[in-house]
Design a protein around this ligand. Sequence first.
Ligand code: OAD
Length: 278
Amino acid sequence: MQKPNAATKQQIKRLRELVQEATRVAVLTGAGISAESGIPTFRDAQTGHWSKFRPEELATPEAFRRNPDMVWRWYAERRSAVRAAKPNAGHFALSQLETSVPNFTLITQNVDGLHRRAGSQRLIEIHGNILRVRCFGGCVSYADWVEAEARGFTGRQGAASHQGSTGHQGATGSAVPELGSVPRCPECGDYLRPDVVWFGENLPEAGIEQAFTATEQADLFLSIGTSALVYPAAMLPQTAVQSGATVVEINPEETPLSAMVHISIRGTAAVVLPQLVD
Ligand code: OAD
């Protein structure tokens, strides 16, 4: 079995050189980069979400229609975990890298918002953000649901007062929604849902277009902490290889990508990435 941090000095040295030489860098991150912040990945055996739950029961529009309470509750628990977590050294290293590379794009599949909290700005969240909540029918969206709740908006049907189309709260008084009841849209009465991309849904068009453009133009592409199994995100490193970028993977485990990239570093994000920027 591979050691979790088996990155060689030679590999780190080479990667540092590549970073220093590159003018256009694109980075794809997955759940692995937040693992060292205590947020479970999806597919790791034992700890991954999908080792305990079936995605089709929690992460599809059909699942939400079938059992909105259960889906809402699962996301509410994940939202609390994300709020309690802190960005780790890997997140901070990437935000530092952004300031030293002329053209830098960070593409993340993560919905936890930890890159933004670490200071990353040139960031594309292709699978959405768990803190944002929007109407299932599409009329309103709340940039930070926890904050909206804290200000008193629970969205209970008949209780919320309408104050506009985005980011407002009704005066219901209660900051904590009763367990198992899904808040309602103040505009149309439909359910509110997490603003994340579920299986079977399209990715935000502008975001994925930008992600592919940055990938095609990159001279260095880093794939960090992703199993590279979910499309279209998994197409990005493949596109980078085809477009002539040097592609580097950072992951404690082998993935389908490992055989196709130029350098595959067996290490964790919070250990390897700080060595590129110190
Ligand atoms: P996965 O759970 O599929 O893969 C996580 C990867 O991170 C694995 O390859 C691990 O080996 C690696 N890993 C674990 N700990 C790490 C660490 N400390 N540092 C670096 N790497 C580490 O997660 P994703 O690839 O992000 O989609 O999954 C892709 C998508 O599938 C998610 O965005 C989500 C999920 O279903 C949706 O919800 C639409």
